[in-house]
Design a protein around this ligand. Structure first.
Ligand SMILES: [Zn+2]
Length: 121
């Protein structure tokens, strides 16, 4: 696995905007992508419109996994609850549209306990 130390907030923000256009026709509200050590893993903070990444995510994830994790959090921004049925449907919709989600979807049930997401907002 190739670590991705080059991930910056600017780059992740561009990815967010690109995915928003591509998969939500730009309809997701604007979220700021923030790299912060205040939350473990990654999270979607709906109240403050932020997608949070802990810096350690980039040490232990490939570029592809970082992209998948961003989409995972964006699906939270688009649906209520935490890993709800609506969220899972959204992930499947993204997958059908060609989004790169193999790592998170292939064995979702098995991975559920170890998902890198700590969405509690
Ligand atoms: Zn999640």
């Amino acid at each position: 696995m190739r670590p991705t130390p080059g991930c910056t907030e600017e780059r992740l923000q561009r990815l967010f905007d690109d995915y928003n256009r591509r998969y939500w026709r730009g309809r997701l509200p604007r979220y700021n992508v923030v790299i912060s050590d205040k939350h473990w893993g990654s999270a979607c903070d709906r109240r403050n419109r932020q997608v949070l990444f802990h810096p350690v995510v980039f040490e232990s994830s490939s570029e592809r996994q970082v992209r998948e994790t961003l989409l995972h959090e964006m699906a939270h921004a688009a649906t209520p609850g935490v890993h709800s049925k609506a969220w899972y449907r959204e992930m499947k919709r993204l997958h059908r549209l060609g989004a790169c989600l193999n790592f998170l979807l292939m064995s979702f049930k098995e991975r559920r306990a170890s998902l890198p997401c700590f969405c509690e907002f």
